[in-house]
Design a protein around this ligand. Structure first.
Ligand code: FES
Ligand code: ZN
Length: 304
């Protein structure tokens, strides 16, 4: 197998692009994908102060490595969710990566911030774990980014993640989610930072190859609380289709970004935001979901 670009021996094959690459040309392919995504979506420039969410998984660790190497002004933030060994391993891996190259890293301990770890919360509040965890992280993140004057927040979500989310949104015809599923979400309110996903055109497999060529360590296990999440089923279903017809995920997700999403943004008007009467963060209701959840917890605590 020869590299499609330079004809030297290839080490990786990218079926959806019908190409094979040597390590140098793969790096070039990878950085072109990321830089095109950043430029096309006007995600950020080298002058922006970028906040990057790092879980310790392959995508966020690879994005961290990429942005640092490419000279972007990036600071990482890690949420310690208090999920037993999973959180301990993730945190120490992220801290070690930052320590090696003296990179700026913020650690937010959920239990310290709100008085409860994620497992504690899920025992007390009846709501699917991932949605509760996501809501708490979104709230803490928006507050953190706004209080610390970041211009943009970025995550390592890749093409596989987005295709699986899209499949879930389409299966349930969630029009408002479809209207807002985008690699670039502009800031809808001064207290909510713009959110971007520079890896949205790269598959998980391609990010794994990048990680292995650059000898990056990462946590290769699912969050133990998210094992029943439907997204995993959607990912498996798409993987099956991809096996039989390479390029299916690419066409589904990137086709939606290019052609489909605008239909939904036209149909669904953006939510009207006001400030939460308790915490002052943006919400569509009088009180934000975070504050309502905290009040429910307090009431429960008082009645226990
Ligand atoms: Fe939030 Fe697992 S990371 S539930
Ligand atoms: Zn609030």
């Amino acid at each position: 197998m020869k590299c499609t670009r330079c004809k030297k021996p290839a080490v990786v094959k990218i079926r959806r692009h019908n190409s094979a690459f040597c390590p140098t040309c793969f790096d070039l392919f990878f950085s072109r994908q990321v830089e095109n995504a950043i430029r096309r979506g006007q995600m950020f420039t080298r002058d922006d102060r970028i906040l990057l969410g790092v879980s310790g998984g392959k995508d966020s660790m690879a994005l961290w490595h990429y942005l640092v190497e490419a000279g972007y002004r990036v600071e990482a933030i890690h949420f310690d969710l208090g999920i037993g060994d999973h959180s301990l391993h993730s945190r120490s891996l992220v801290e070690e990566f930052a320590r090696q190259d003296s990179l700026p890293l913020w650690i937010v301990e959920v239990a310290k911030e709100i008085g409860w770890s994620i497992p504690d919360l899920t025992r007390r509040i009846r709501r699917p774990t991932c949605s509760l965890c996501g809501m708490i992280k979104r709230h803490l993140l928006n507050r953190f980014a706004w209080e610390n004057s970041f211009s943009v927040y970025t995550t390592g979500h890749n093409l596989d993640d987005e295709a699986a989310i899209l499949l879930g949104n389409v299966l349930h015809w969630q029009e408002d989610y479809l209207a807002h599923q985008s690699p670039v979400l502009p800031s809808p309110h001064p207290k909510m930072v713009k959110k971007v996903k520079p890896f949205y055109t790269l598959t998980g497999e391609e990010i794994k190859i990048y990680s292995s060529l650059h000898h990056l360590s990462y946590i290769d296990e699912r969050c133990p609380l998210s094992r029943k999440a439907k997204t995993w089923d959607y990912k498996e279903a798409l993987e099956l289709l991809e096996e039989r017809s390479p390029g299916t995920k690419h066409m589904f997700w990137l086709g939606f970004v290019e052609k489909g999403q605008s239909y939904f943004t036209k149909e669904v008007s953006p939510p009207e935001l006001r400030e939460c009467s308790v915490c002052g963060m943006p919400t569509t209701q009088e009180k934000c979901s975070f504050c309502k959840t905290m009040e429910r917890l307090e009431r429960k605590g008082a009645s226990e």
